[in-house]
Design a protein. Structure first.
Length: 174
């Protein structure tokens, strides 16, 4: 009898855990890793954003990087899509505060994906080895490609070390 109750409890707990959805790699038609042309096509076909096409000028300090910043409609006030090395690396969706709020989004995401892996006063984060999704106050949802993020972090550390070495060499010349 005790084994039957324990087995039933184990099944209920594991079934409840299995009910959580897998963390998505984006929102709607927008998925991390998609190429720039597919992103532009998806933006043109999505009524949530007011994408008008090619910008006149793109000013970014990093090579091989594109940024599309587009006004949103209804539930979104804005969408920012960053391309690194030809692939969509991050998606930032600013929510319309007249329609949605942080607590509603937090409750929805927690119900669907479980408790966040990290929580602080200004944000909550859900993460797996390939995707990080965060909810930041007042109401912004971000998706990040973790492999690209880790590569950029490593490159940044290498660049900082090189700058420090170059600085030291420069100072030695005096």
């Amino acid at each position: 009898m005790k084994q039957g109750i324990a087995g039933l409890l184990f099944w209920a707990v594991t079934a409840g855990l299995g009910a959580q959805a897998a963390l998505p790699d984006g929102f709607g038609a927008f998925h991390l890793g998609m190429n720039l042309q597919d992103l532009k096509s998806a933006l043109k076909g999505d009524a949530s954003f007011q994408y008008s096409g090619e910008p006149d000028v793109t000013l970014l300090s990093q090579p091989n990087t594109n940024l599309i910043d587009v006004p949103g409609q209804t539930y979104f006030s804005r969408g920012v899509f960053q391309i690194v090395d030809g692939k969509l690396y991050s998606i930032v969706l600013e929510l319309n505060l007249d329609e949605l709020d942080y607590f509603t989004m937090y409750s929805t995401l927690t119900k669907k994906y479980g408790p966040p892996t990290a929580l602080d006063p200004s944000s909550a984060r859900w993460e797996n080895p390939s995707v990080r999704m965060s909810l930041e106050k007042p109401a912004t949802v971000k998706y990040l490609d973790m492999a690209v993020f880790q590569k950029l972090q490593k490159e940044s550390r290498t660049q900082k070390a090189l700058q420090a070495l170059t600085r030291d060499k420069f100072l030695e010349t005096f």
